[in-house]
Design a protein around this ligand. Structure first.
Ligand SMILES: [Zn+2]
Length: 95
C-alpha cells in the first residue's frame, strides 16, 4: 500500500495582512517595493541610487575636492552607497 503523502498547505491568504498598509513600512514611489521607515525619502535603495547617481557624479565633477562625507551630507545619501560607487569605480574624486 502506498499511501500517506499528504501535503498540508498552510493558509497562504493570511500572509497578506500587512501587504500595502503595514504600519512599519512604506513603499518606494518608483517601483512600489517595500522600504523600511528608517530610510529617508520615498525611494528604495536601488531607485535612490539610480536617481541620484548622475547628480552625484555631476556634483563631484564640479567639486573635485569633496569626499564621500560631503557627498552623503549633500544628498542625504547613505555613506555606504557612495562608498559602493567608489569601490565599483563608478565615481572617483581626488584624495
Ligand atoms: Zn524602488
Amino acid at each position: 500500500m502506498t499511501s500517506g503523502k499528504k501535503k498540508n498547505i498552510p493558509g497562504l491568504n493570511s500572509v497578506n495582512m500587512f501587504d500595502d498598509q503595514g504600519p512599519a513600512v512604506k513603499t518606494c514611489k518608483t517601483c512600489g517595493r517595500r522600504i523600511p521607515l528608517s530610510m529617508s525619502g520615498d525611494l528604495c535603495r536601488d531607485c535612490l541610487k539610480r536617481e541620484l547617481f548622475p547628480k552625484v557624479k555631476d556634483f563631484i565633477n564640479e567639486n573635485p575636492d569633496v569626499n564621500e562625507m560631503v557627498v552623503s551630507a549633500q544628498f542625504g545619501l547613505d555613506r555606504s552607497i557612495v562608498h559602493e560607487w567608489i569601490r565599483e569605480g563608478r565615481l572617483e574624486y581626488r584624495k
